[in-house]
Design a protein around this ligand. Structure first.
Ligand code: RP5
Length: 170
């Protein structure tokens, strides 16, 4: 993981129990050559640290914050309330939650004026948060834009190969 002053993306999660899901977010960012700052910060258990993190993130060079939490998932919203940086929220289907719907609504239903770009629940969302962060950064980074184009092409190729394979089997 990167030191805070070198990274453009922060991946923050409410508990270390979220890491089994958020690992795919970190790995997807690393595949694009981005080494994120990774932190465990809780809106409820460490609210002061969450506030300090949000307040200082932009000054530390962070451009995008990915915030993941389960249950009454207020982390992304609490951070978005204190920074002008784009915040991408990942609702986690926590072991003691109610299948992710709790976190989905807590993350996505932000009041007007304080958006959290909420992705899918769980592992798909974790990966998509990374891809969305890359898409935003690629707007002003040509080398990242090229990697993104390669990624999309490889993804499409995999589907086309599966399509061709199914055609042969039938
Ligand atoms: C949330 O509560 C965390 O993001 C996690 O998804 C959930 C359960 O946390 P632990 O009890 O596993 O630490 O705040």
């Amino acid at each position: 993981m990167a030191t805070e002053n070198k990274s453009t993306v922060a991946v923050v999660m409410g508990s270390d129990s979220d890491l089994k899901i958020m690992k795919s977010c970190v790995e997807q960012l690393q595949d694009f050559g981005i080494e994120p700052v990774v932190r465990v910060i809780s809106a409820h258990r460490t609210p002061q640290i969450a506030a300090e993190f949000a307040d200082k993130a932009a000054d530390k060079g962070i451009k995008i914050i990915i915030a993941a939490a389960g249950m009454a998932a207020h982390l992304a919203g609490a951070i978005a309330a204190r920074t002008a940086l784009p915040v991408i929220g990942v609702p986690i289907d926590a072991d003691s939650g109610v299948g992710g719907m709790d976190a989905l609504l807590s993350t996505v239903q932000m009041p007007p004026g304080v958006p959290v770009a909420t992705v899918a629940v769980g592992k798909a969302g974790a990966k998509n948060a990374a891809v969305l962060a890359v898409q935003i950064l690629a707007l002003s980074d040509n080398s990242l834009a090229e990697k993104l184009a390669d990624f999309k092409q490889a993804q499409a190729k995999k589907v086309m190969e599966k399509d061709a394979g199914i055609g042969k089997a039938s």
